[in-house]
Design a protein around this ligand. Structure first.
Ligand code: SUG
Length: 445
């Protein structure tokens, strides 16, 4: 049976802003207090989705979340009307309000870990929403994420939905940003590659000293169990703690894989040799391409500022792979030269495509952060909510929807504006109709 890799991108929400919420994420910290342009952000993301659809790929859309998150503010003791809740939070706890207003669900690489049916023992596609415990503003995403995924992948005969892992740092899970799958063809049983930042229950093991390691080994192993993966087809690798301390807060900031390719920086892993041996052994006898980028060509600092590795490696329907990178990779001379050499050399990556995603990049979110990869057979594709799949019609509807509802400038003080809450809810209510999601938001339940 044929299978394809679909990309489900997060639509940027109406409250997209820069609040400096992510310690360890260099761009987020640098841009705190800059004003944002939610309309431009949403359109930049939508254009990338449309471009991949135009290339012949299956492209899906994941709806943003309800923000400001009044429901969470009430759990934190703010009371009265929604307007009063906002007013009090802005006065008494503006940083908590900022956390409850982030549009961070746009980075759907962190929405969940997904294992295709070819890899799981019950032959269903398994989903575990990421608990994102390391950052408060992200830890409030997983309930709604789960509801949105269930509204798209509904048929229990084909799709299995798990709860997020327990919400303690020991099981800190950041979803697909630390997970890659290798295969010859998408319908084959693949090798699932889980990358973690530290061990939660063994402090003798290496760990970063400056910035947090968001993903634990124990979380990765729990997901592999929960998704019923064959242990022989699972590889675990530890991130190099030294790169986490240089701003590599997820593995997808320093490595990306697709099919039989792992594109990675030489300093990405604690033990590069072991990773290469383990992946080769699990992959079997067919050829595997390790495309290793040396520091002499691209430094870790250049990787972090350009987001070269936060790229999408996509298998083009006409054959070969393209690498989807942000414009920042053109602007960085070392990275640009490296990319030219890469596509001219002997490996499956044949083309590079640049995208302007500046609004998201300023919060540390590149092309790969914005998408969740879901491998689907033809039968599974036919089972999903078709209204969430990109088409010329959906592109036009979403473009008009953004144009109608989104502001073109937002700063931290605007977050307490009760009109923003109403605008956001009105927009999302309309969106659930466009995407035929039913009621998924707290204000709709
Ligand atoms: O979790 N930034 C996100 C960026 C996530 C990128 N995802 C991947 N690498 N897959 C994060 O750090 C910043 C929000 C702010 O500062 O306003 C933020 O949440």
């Amino acid at each position: 049976m044929q299978a394809v890799e679909a990309n489900f991108d997060g639509l940027v929400g109406p409250t997209h802003n820069y609040s400096g919420l992510s310690y360890g994420n260099v761009a987020s910290e640098l841009n705190q207090q800059a004003s944002s342009n939610p309309k431009e952000a949403a359109k930049q993301g939508l254009k990338k989705m449309k471009a991949l659809y135009d290339l012949g790929l299956v492209q899906g859309v994941l709806a943003p979340q309800e923000r400001p998150d009044i429901h969470t503010l009430r759990r934190l003791g703010f009371t009265g009307s929604d307007q009063k809740v906002l007013e009090q939070a802005a006065k008494q706890a503006p940083r908590i309000l900022a956390n409850c207003c982030s549009a961070s669900s746009m980075w759907t690489a962190n929405a969940a870990t997904v294992s295709p049916s070819a890899d799981t023992s019950d032959r269903r596609v398994h989903f575990t929403p990421a608990n994102l415990t390391n950052k408060f503003h992200r830890s409030i995403e997983h309930h709604t994420t789960g509801r949105i995924l269930e509204a798209i992948f509904t048929n229990e005969q084909h799709f299995a939905h798990h709860q997020a892992l327990p919400g303690a740092e020991h099981f800190g899970d950041e979803g697909a940003a630390n997970h890659t799958r290798f295969c010859e063809n998408y319908n084959d049983t693949g090798v699932e590659f889980f990358v973690f930042g530290r061990h939660a229950f063994d402090s003798s093991k290496p760990a970063p000293t400056k910035y947090p390691a968001r993903q634990t080994y124990e979380a990765s192993a729990a997901i592999a169990r929960q998704h019923q993966l064959d242990p022989k087809k699972v590889v675990y690798a530890q991130q190099n703690p030294m790169v986490i301390d240089q701003g590599v807060f997820h593995n997808d900031v320093i490595a990306v894989g697709n099919q039989n390719v792992l594109f990675f920086h030489e300093d990405a892993f604690l033990s590069k040799k072991q990773v290469m041996e383990d992946v080769s052994a699990a992959f079997g006898n067919t050829p595997f391409h390790f495309v290793e980028v040396p520091s002499s060509a691209v430094s870790v600092a250049d990787a972090v500022s350009s987001y070269l590795f936060n790229s999408q490696l996509i298998a083009l329907p006409k054959g070969g792979m393209a690498i989807i990178v942000p414009e920042e990779c053109r602007e960085n001379t070392a990275v640009y030269h490296y990319l030219q050499k890469l596509i001219a050399s002997n490996n499956p990556i044949k083309e590079v495509k640049f995208f302007d995603l500046k609004q998201s990049m300023c919060n540390g979110g590149g092309p790969a952060c914005l998408r969740l990869r879901i491998v689907l057979t033809e039968v599974e594709q036919a089972e999903i909510n078709q209204a969430c799949l990109m088409s010329d019609h959906l592109f036009a509807s979403l473009d008009a929807w953004i144009e109608k509802h989104y502001r073109d400038c937002l700063s931290e003080t605007d977050l307490a504006d009760p009109k923003l809450l109403m605008e956001s809810r009105t927009a999302l209510d309309e969106l659930t109709n466009i995407l035929e999601l039913g009621s998924v938001y707290p204000f709709q339940l």
